[in-house]
Ligand binder design. Structure first.
Ligand code: PMP
Length: 406
């Protein structure tokens, strides 16, 4: 056997197999009720709309450009459509501020590459999106805890980053219905993150993957919108907004976008040229076609389904979870985050659950950059119907009740 580890670059040492990817395999087993995935329900994909969009492309002159190389910044008409969408969110911007990526996950990788030298510090929430940790890990960072509730001084971050051998480079957060907790950062929290970034002179990476999926409560301005309101122009801002079509239209097309100041966008475009030249031309064209014809209708449709499932899951948790457990009450997104009594272990519970209760979820520990959070786990309601939610949560509730009692 070759010892590849001695041949690989040091950056590969932090790259580990994703627990979530492993778990996704369970979705294929018919007797398991899975709340693990957190992927869109395929029944809600606008499949016919895409079929028509691709047919239109292939039946006209557009086919030649659809199958051709295209510009690294992204398909111009799609970027123009996004300018309109961003404007409605309080983010006035121009073509130089909008960049199409092959899924917002690629954007996170590029941002890690752009900002992190080895041992630099990335501020992330505890817990945070596992895919962000995976993207950043390749650049050998240190992590420190971002607390939008604001109990840390800028100086304390500076000192910790210096001790880790670098500087603080950015704060990464999902302000709306985060993965994994489903929680939203309130307006005061968003302002505190901006003020902290200002003090530390670092970038803010605003992951807006779930932003369109608000089921109730009042929308809160994106961090980038707040900063533009303060500074007057997007090119004077430090917030980098990462958006996605994966949760609203279809993840398989791999089309996401970044909206930010022009200097950062110019650098990101260079990264794309080195990595994959440009995002899929034909998929960008199809996304635009479907979005123009009915993005809002599609969002209304999926919100109705997901919000009902969220309600069912919250009701089932209320009914079946024993005392000593607690959970978030998300106003949108796809996730609920459950905290078990101190001392219990989400990973051990999963092992037992797969054996006896036949319910899958994601143990929380992997979402914590410091390896804490053993007594937490994530459930997703996006792909579960009412009956699955009732059955799955009741079985899980019984299992946890037994564990607490025993
Ligand atoms: N950010 C968050 C918070 C996510 O949950 C996901 C998908 N799981 C992504 C980014 C990546 O999405 P995509 O690459 O499909 O745009």
């Amino acid at each position: 056997m070759l010892n590849w580890d001695t041949m690989f670059a040091s950056r590969s040492s932090l790259m580990r197999a994703s627990e979530i990817r492993e778990l996704l395999k369970l979705l294929d087993q018919p007797d398991i009720i899975s709340f693990a995935g957190g992927i869109p329900d395929p029944a809600l994909f606008p499949a016919e709309e895409f079929q028509r969009a691709y047919a239109d492309i292939f039946s006209g002159a557009a086919v030649n450009s659809a199958l051709q190389y295209s510009v690294s910044e992204g398909y111009k008409p799609l970027r123009e459509w996004l300018i309109g969408q961003m404007g409605a969110l309080g983010i006035p911007c121009g073509l130089d501020n909008v960049f199409i990526v092959s899924g917002s996950q690629q954007g996170l990788d590029y941002l890690g590459k752009l900002f992190l030298s080895p041992n630099d510090t990335a501020l992330v929430t505890w817990p945070t999106y596992l895919g962000a940790l995976q993207a950043f890990n390749a650049y050998e960072p240190a992590y420190d805890q971002l607390t939008p509730s604001g109990n840390r001084t800028p100086e304390s971050y500076r000192v910790a980053a210096a001790a880790a051998g670098g500087k603080v480079k950015f704060a990464y957060l999902s302000a709306d219905f985060s993965n994994p907790t489903g929680e939203t950062v309130d307006l005061a929290g968003r302002k505190r993150v901006l003020a902290l970034a200002e003090e530390l002179d670092i970038a803010v990476i605003e992951d807006a993957a779930y932003q369109s999926l608000r089921y109730d409560g009042e929308p809160i301005l994106p961090i980038l919108a707040l900063e533009i309101a303060e500074k007057g122009h997007i090119n004077d801002t430090r917030t980098i907004y990462c958006g996605s079509f994966s949760k609203t239209l279809a993840p398989g097309l791999r089309v996401g976008f970044i909206v930010a100041n022009a200097p950062v966008i110019r650098k990101l475009v260079l990264m794309k040229q080195a990595a994959d030249l440009h995002s899929s031309t034909i998929n960008q064209m199809a996304i635009l076609d479907v979005a123009v014809r009915g993005f809002d209708t599609q969002v209304v449709k999926i919100k109705a389904v997901y919000s009902h499932r969220r309600d069912c899951m919250l009701a089932a948790l209320e009914k079946y979870m024993p005392k000593g457990t607690s959970w978030t009450k998300p106003e949108g997104g796809m996730f609920i985050w459950i905290t078990l009594p101190e001392g219990m272990d989400g990973a051990k519970l999963l092992a037992k659950s797969l054996e006896t209760a036949k319910v899958a979820f994601v143990p929380g520990k992997a979402f914590f950059a410091d390896g804490s959070g053993a007594n937490t786990f994530r459930v997703s309601f996006s792909c579960a119907n009412e009956q699955m939610i009732e059955d799955g949560i009741s079985r899980l509730g019984r299992l946890i009740t037994d564990e607490i009692g025993g």
